[in-house]
Design a protein around this ligand. Structure first.
Ligand SMILES: Nc1ncnc2c1ncn2[C@@H]1O[C@H](COP(=O)(O)OP(=O)(O)O)[C@@H](O)[C@H]1O
Ligand SMILES: [Mg+2]
Length: 260
C-alpha cells in the first residue's frame, strides 16, 4: 500500500501516510496501543472502510477498483464478535464460502472445523456457543473460501489460553501452506511469538518496521526504573556499578539484562 491516509468524518486523522509492503507467505504483526489505527488499516485493506486517499493492492488487485477480485483472496477475522445467528456452524461456513463464488468443498470445510476443534459443534447453532467457540467460528468463516491472505485483528485479546495455543498452531500451519498472515496486537509477546516482521504503529503512523530478531534485540535491554522521592546527585557508595541516574537524579535505573 502506498500513501494511505484516513480521516474520519469527525476530523480525526486515523492513518497518516502509511506505506507498507507485505511479502507473500510472511507473518506480519502490526503492533500498537489502542487507538493507534490498526483496525482502521486492516478494515481498509479488507474493503470495509474506504481510504481518504492512497492505494492498496492485494496480490496486484486494487482493493477499491477491483474489489471483488481483491476481496476473494482475503480472509478477515474481525476484532469484534458479530456472528450471532441461529444458523448451524457448518451452514455458516458453507454460506461464507458460497459468497465468494467458490464451489462447495465439504471435506475442506470439515478439516477447517477439525483444526479449530469445532467439528463436534458443526450442527450446533452459533447462538448456543460460548464466546471462545464463536471466535473459532469467525476464524473458520474467514478460512472458508481458502484465502491467500488472512487478517487477524487482535486475535487473542480476551481469549482463553487453549484458544490462543490453537490459534498459534493454526497460523503456523497456514503459513506452511503459503498463506500470508497479517495480525494486529497490542501485546509485544504475541508479535514476538508469531511474526516474521513487526510494524509498530502509533497515532496513525508506522514508526518502525523490522524483522523480529532485529526488533527484539533493540528491545532486549530490560531495565528497572525506580522513581526516587528525593533526587540523588550521584550513585551512593557500595551499590552495584550497573546503575544509572536519570531525570536529573529523580530516577535510578538498574540494567537487569542486556542482549548485546
Ligand atoms: N468510525 C469511526 N469514526 C470516527 N473515529 C473512529 C472510527 N473508528 C475508529 N476511530 C478512531 O480512529 C482511531 C484509530 O482507531 P482504530 O483503528 O480502531 O485503532 P486500534 O485498532 O489500533 O485500536 C481511534 O482514535 C478511534 O477512536
Ligand atoms: Mg482495533
Amino acid at each position: 500500500m502506498s500513501h494511505l491516509f484516513k480521516t474520519y468524518k469527525s476530523g480525526l486523522h486515523a492513518l497518516k501516510d502509511i506505506n507498507l509492503q507485505i511479502e507473500r507467505g510472511e507473518i506480519f504483526a502490526l503492533l500498537g496501543p489502542n487507538g493507534a489505527g490498526k483496525t482502521t488499516l486492516i478494515n481498509i485493506i479488507c474493503g470495509i472502510v474506504n481510504p481518504t486517499s492512497g492505494r492498496v493492492l492485494a496480490d496486484g488487485q486494487d482493493i477499491v477498483r477491483n474489489y471483488r477480485a481483491a476481496r476473494s483472496k482475503i480472509g478477515l477475522v474481525p476484532q469484534e464478535l458479530s456472528t450471532d445467528a441461529f444458523e448451524s456452524v457448518i451452514n455458516t461456513v458453507q454460506f461464507s464460502r458460497g459468497l465468494f463464488g467458490k464451489r462447495p468443498n465439504r471435506p475442506y470445510l470439515e478439516q477447517v472445523l477439525k483444526d479449530l476443534s469445532l467439528y463436534d459443534k458443526k450442527d450446533s447453532s452459533i447462538i448456543s456457543l460460548s464466546g471462545g467457540m464463536k471466535r473459532r467460528v469467525l476464524i473458520a468463516k474467514a478460512l472458508a473460501h481458502e484465502p491467500d491472505m488472512l487478517f487477524l485483528d487482535e486475535p487473542t485479546a480476551g481469549v482463553d489460553v487453549e484458544l490462543r495455543r490453537d490459534m498459534w498452531k493454526l497460523v503456523r500451519s497456514l503459513r506452511e501452506r503459503g498463506v500470508t498472515i497479517i495480525l494486529t496486537t497490542h501485546y509485544i509477546e504475541e508479535a514476538e511469538q508469531m511474526a516474521d516482521r513487526i510494524g509498530v504503529i502509533n497515532h496513525g503512523e508506522i514508526i518502525l518496521i523490522e524483522h523480529k530478531s532485529v526488533l527484539m534485540k533493540k528491545l532486549g535491554r530490560k531495565q528497572l526504573k525506580l522513581k526516587l522521592g528525593a533526587p540523588l546527585a550521584s550513585i551512593p557508595e557500595g551499590l552495584p556499578e550497573d546503575l544509572e541516574l536519570a531525570a536529573g537524579g529523580h530516577e535510578l535505573i538498574c540494567i537487569l539484562d542486556s542482549s548485546e
